[in-house]
Structures are given as structure tokens and as C-alpha cells.
Design a protein around this ligand. Structure first.
Ligand SMILES: Cc1cc2nc3c(=O)[nH]c(=O)nc-3n(C[C@H](O)[C@H](O)[C@H](O)COP(=O)(O)OP(=O)(O)OC[C@H]3O[C@@H](n4cnc5c(N)ncnc54)[C@H](O)[C@@H]3O)c2cc1C
Length: 374
């Protein structure tokens, strides 16, 4: 047995053996790669995107100590007021990515995976540039439109559109009228058929000093599903892609500005108006996926590839982290001479009920929220 524990119960790196191919290098793929590498497994990490947008939402429940635990690195901060539970998505991504870039046992490749396969001994991922990457396992961390899921759950390959869009914006506090007193935590407001989450977030330097922070919002809107379909963001029952800020039609920006005036209190109105004026608002059609499986032989899913709860549950990141840690242990056990398929089954067994329960609870919210606008 190669696992040892330190005095504080921390896992100590195992001897190195085996290799994994991870598809997708956003939060779930980065965390899975770090956990696998820490468990002694070499990783090839494949990512199709070359640029990640700075715009976007926030991840709740991500404290500095948690990030330090996941990355194994302390942040060098000058400002000590960073003890917050919410972080802009991009800040979390950047921390994870830089830990991966520093990890010698993770090889990062820009490549789009088109298919995955397996036999009794190996699994592999094939990319558009004609390469095939082979490992003891292939891990799908390729998000809600996962290619790997097609091989794990061919009878249920697609996440479905939940029936609403979330408009997301982020503004520098200094750009908004200083008369406002911002809440310390997330404000959750329901007006008519809409819902708004507003939250202060640390500055780019990690400071929570009033005046320097960023202020974000997530506006849940079930009245623009036709627009999402017209623009190709939703096709049939599937949420395809987020509407980029530059692609939000000018008429929609104007409509949102008028609606914000009628719905939200002054402090959130000002943030929304600022982001609409700057054209930095993006529209995310929300997807959901309730899994029956997370594993097929040497293929396994983590994060949104495996299960997609509505962001209203605030739990996607935490679920991806737990997936990563449980999966890494399972793969290491599989490499320890035990049956890999059986080891991955244990991963599925450990995670499936819990992730299904979370997706389910989100679906109850979604049905009632999307139904309000109908
Ligand atoms: C609007 C919104 C708000 C959210 N708020 C919260 C929150 O407050 N708290 C929380 O815990 N969670 C939240 N979440 C969920 C959370 O962000 C995700 O669950 C978590 O980050 C895990 O995402 P992921 O890495 O699995 O998927 P993604 O972020 O979708 O990443 C998938 C990656 O795979 C890559 N990829 C896809 N296909 C291929 C391919 N064929 N080949 C190579 N690469 C590929 C993509 O480019 C991408 O980098 C929110 C989600 C949304 C949409």
C-alpha cells in the first residue's frame, strides 16, 4: 500500500505510477489533475480553449484556506482582509491553473477531443489534430456538453436546458456611486418572476477593503428563452453556449436596463446599469444533468461533465472538488494491482447518490422558477 499520512493527517505523495488523460482544464479538470498528480499519477491534460474570459460569475464557498489546500500553495498577499467565502470565477481558475503549470507531473496540451475509447488494458482520447493520448484511465472534465459523457452514458448524453438564463455582471466598486452600503454577503432578492443575487467580491489584488472591491450580480430571468433559441444558445432541449457580452443584442441591453429600474433597489440597479453600459453582461442559459452513471470501465466523469446542478444550489465547485479527491484515491487503488474498472465503480458508488440528490434539489427550484414566467 503506497498511501501514508502525515502527523496532521495530510496525505503524503505516493510513489509515482500510471498515467491519466484528463479532458477539460477548467476548475474540475484542474482540480482532478492536481489530485491525481498528488496521488502519484502522471497526467496529460487536454483543453480546447486557448483563452478563458475574464467576465463571468462568482464561486461561493471558496475560501483562501480551501484554495491553499487544493493547490498546496499559499498565496502571497499583502492585504490581509481576504478572508471571504466568494471569489470571482476567474480568480479561482487562475490560482488552480498556476498550480497546474508548476506541477512537473502534469503535461498541458491545447487540443480538442473528438472521441474517447478503451479496451481491457488502456483508455484513450483522440483529438482534432489527429493525435491519440493513451492512459490507464480517461477522465472527462469537459463540462456540461461533455464528449466523454457520450461514451459513459450513451443513452443519456445531454444536459438539458433548465428553462431560464442568468445575466452575469461584475463591476469595480470604485466605478459605482459611493453612496451605497454594500452587504457583506450575498443579497438574494425575488421580484415578480425574477431573482437577483448580488455580492461583493475581492479586488483583483485580493483586497476586501471597502472602495476597492468588485461587485457582482446574477440575474435569473425565465422570460428570454425564445431569444436564447433565436441566438443558438439553446437548441431543442439542450443549452449549447453562453451568450458572450459582445453578442447581447442592443435591444436586449435596453430592455434589461428598463426592467432593472422596475425590479431592483438602487444599489443593484446602479451595478446592472454600469455593466449594461459597458457591455460586459453575459447570458448563461442554465443546463441541468441528473446522472445515472459516472463511470464506464476505464472512463470516468468529474464536475459538470458528470452532474450539472443549477447554480442556485451554489454547489458545482464543491462537488467537482469532492469528485477529484475521491477519484484520485480510486485510480491510485486501481493501479495498486487491483482491478481498475472495479476501483472506478467504487468512485461512482461513493459519489452518485450525493450528486444526484444535489441535482434533484436544484431541479425543484428550476421547475418552480421557470414555471413562474410561463
Ligand atoms: C452562471 C454560473 C454560476 C455558478 N456559480 C457557482 C457557485 O456560486 N458555486 C459553485 O460551487 N458553483 C457554481 N457554478 C458551477 C461551477 O462553476 C462548476 O460546476 C465548476 O466550476 C465545475 O465546472 P467544470 O470544470 O466541470 O466545467 P466547465 O467550467 O464547463 O469546464 C469544462 C472545460 O472543458 C473544456 N472542454 C470541453 N469540451 C472539450 C473537448 N472536447 N476537448 C477539450 N476540452 C474540452 C472546456 O473548454 C472547459 O475548459 C456556477 C456555474 C454557472 C454556469
Amino acid at each position: 500500500m503506497r498511501t501514508k499520512r502525515g502527523a496532521a493527517g495530510d496525505r503524503i505523495r505516493r510513489e509515482r505510477q500510471g498515467n491519466a488523460v484528463v479532458v477539460g482544464a477548467s476548475c474540475a479538470g484542474l482540480m482532478a489533475s492536481l489530485a491525481l498528480s498528488r496521488a502519484g499519477i502522471d497526467v496529460t491534460l487536454l483543453e480546447k480553449a486557448t483563452v478563458f474570459p475574464h467576465a463571468g460569475g462568482a464561486i461561493g464557498g471558496v475560501s483562501e484556506p480551501l484554495l491553499e489546500r487544493i493547490t498546496g500553495r499559499k498565496r502571497t498577499v499583502r492585504d490581509t482582509t481576504t478572508d471571504t467565502d466568494g471569489q470571482p470565477w476567474f480568480a479561482v481558475y487562475t490560482r488552480l491553473r498556476s498550480a497546474v503549470d508548476d506541477e512537473p507531473h502534469i503535461t498541458f496540451r491545447h487540443a480538442r477531443v473528438t472521441s474517447v475509447g478503451q479496451d481491457a488494458d488502456r483508455a484513450w482520447a483522440t483529438t482534432t489534430d489527429g493525435n491519440t493520448y493513451t492512459g490507464d484511465v480517461v477522465i472527462g472534465a469537459d463540462g456540461h456538453r461533455s464528449v466523454v459523457r457520450r461514451a459513459v452514458a450513451p443513452d443519456k448524453p445531454d444536459a438539458t436546458f433548465a428553462g431560464y438564463v442568468i445575466w452575469l455582471g461584475l463591476a469595480d466598486e470604485s466605478a459605482i456611486a459611493s453612496r451605497h452600503r454594500w452587504p457583506h454577503d450575498t443579497d438574494i432578492l425575488y421580484r415578480r418572476n425574477d431573482c437577483l443575487l448580488g455580492y461583493p467580491l475581492p479586488s483583483r489584488e485580493g483586497s476586501l477593503t471597502p472602495g476597492t472591491r468588485r461587485i457582482g450580480f446574477a440575474w435569473y430571468d425565465a422570460s428570454r428563452n425564445d431569444l436564447m433559441r433565436e441566438l443558438g444558445c439553446v437548441r431543442d432541449t439542450v443549452a449549447h453556449h453562453t451568450l458572450a457580452a459582445a453578442d447581447v443584442p442592443a435591444t436586449t441591453l435596453r430592455e434589461l436596463a428598463v426592467e432593472a429600474d422596475g425590479l431592483w433597489p438602487a444599489l443593484w440597479r446602479d451595478v446592472i446599469h454600469h455593466c449594461l453600459d459597458q457591455r460586459t453582461v453575459i447570458g448563461a442559459p442554465i443546463a441541468e444533468y441528473l446522472p445515472d452513471h459516472l463511470v464506464n470501465g476505464r472512463l470516468a466523469l468529474v464536475g459538470d461533465a458528470g452532474h450539472v446542478p443549477t447554480p442556485m444550489t451554489g454547489s458545482g465547485f464543491g462537488m467537482a472538488l469532492q469528485d477529484a479527491e475521491v477519484l484520485a484515491e480510486a485510480v491510485a487503488d486501481g493501479l495498486d494491482g487491483r482491478d481498475m474498472a472495479l476501483a472506478l465503480q467504487r468512485y461512482e458508488h461513493a459519489r452518485l447518490d450525493s450528486v444526484r440528490a444535489t441535482v434533484h434539489s436544484g431541479q425543484r427550484f428550476s421547475r418552480s422558477f421557470a414555471g413562474r414566467a410561463g
